[in-house]
Design a protein around this ligand. Structure first.
Ligand SMILES: [Zn+2]
Length: 228
């Protein structure tokens, strides 16, 4: 890990309880790093992972980096104050979205494991930027391998068993989505964010039986203490 510090931070207002994963969404790593270090951008992150797996530390964990913006998750708002932000270099949907590299994933896993252990972050609080700002953001996107994190207990796994469609109305689905943690005021965007996270092969914003079954099982697993 090397230091490549950003001036864009201030003091935290809450303890760390959430990790937000991002992609950089810029044409190349150099422009993303320059932007994150530019005082005029007013954005930053704690860590950036280059495509070759090199980790840059840009803001110390005890400080508040400016990565999440207007955001909400499970009752918390303005998540910069209580989260660690990790940027993973990828051009993103605007400049040529592509799979994250093996080197990036291999670098992310131990970094994330250390953060989760240090601050006792719940697996359900390791989230994507699109989960916490669904109306504005689509990163890290549907190519991000959440299951690889989940296998190590670092994120919630996509349910695979006991899937039953509860036949909720669309309003009922949004209510359940709110209960899982999303800000559902921009309803369709929250549905898309849920699909990017838990039904990556079909991100169409349409609430169907599979989406309902996945969300029901997530909530039931939480009730039964299989996940938190
Ligand atoms: Zn982001």
């Amino acid at each position: 890990m090397i230091d490549s510090l950003s001036p864009n931070f201030d003091a935290r207002d809450r303890p760390i309880s959430i990790v937000v994963l991002h992609y950089t969404g810029m044409p190349d790593a150099e422009s993303a790093i320059a932007w994150l270090r530019n005082p005029e951008s007013r954005v930053s992150c704690h860590y950036l992972i280059a495509e070759d797996g090199q980790i840059l530390r840009m803001v110390a964990e005890e400080n508040r980096a400016w990565h999440a913006g207007l955001s909400y998750w499970r009752g918390e708002r303005a998540l910069n104050g209580c989260s660690i932000g990790i940027e993973i270099v990828n051009p993103g949907h605007e400049y040529g979205y592509r799979p994250f590299t093996e080197e990036q994933m291999a670098a992310l896993l131990p970094l994330l494991a250390g953060i989760v252990q240090r601050y006792r972050v719940a697996p359900a609080n390791v989230v994507g930027h699109s989960d916490v700002a669904p109306a504005r953001k689509e990163d890290p996107g549907e190519l991000f391998d959440w299951e690889r994190l989940a296998r190590l207990g670092l994120a919630i796994s996509r349910p695979t068993r006991d899937l039953v469609d509860p036949h909720w109305t669309d309003g009922g689905f949004l209510l359940a989505l709110e209960r899982w943690g999303y800000d559902v005021r921009a309803g369709d965007d929250a549905v898309v964010a849920f699909q990017r996270r838990f039904r990556q092969e079909l991100v169409d914003g349409v609430i169907d039986g599979e989406c309902r079954a996945l969300l029901l099982q997530l909530l039931l697993d939480r009730e039964r203490g299989r996940s938190i």
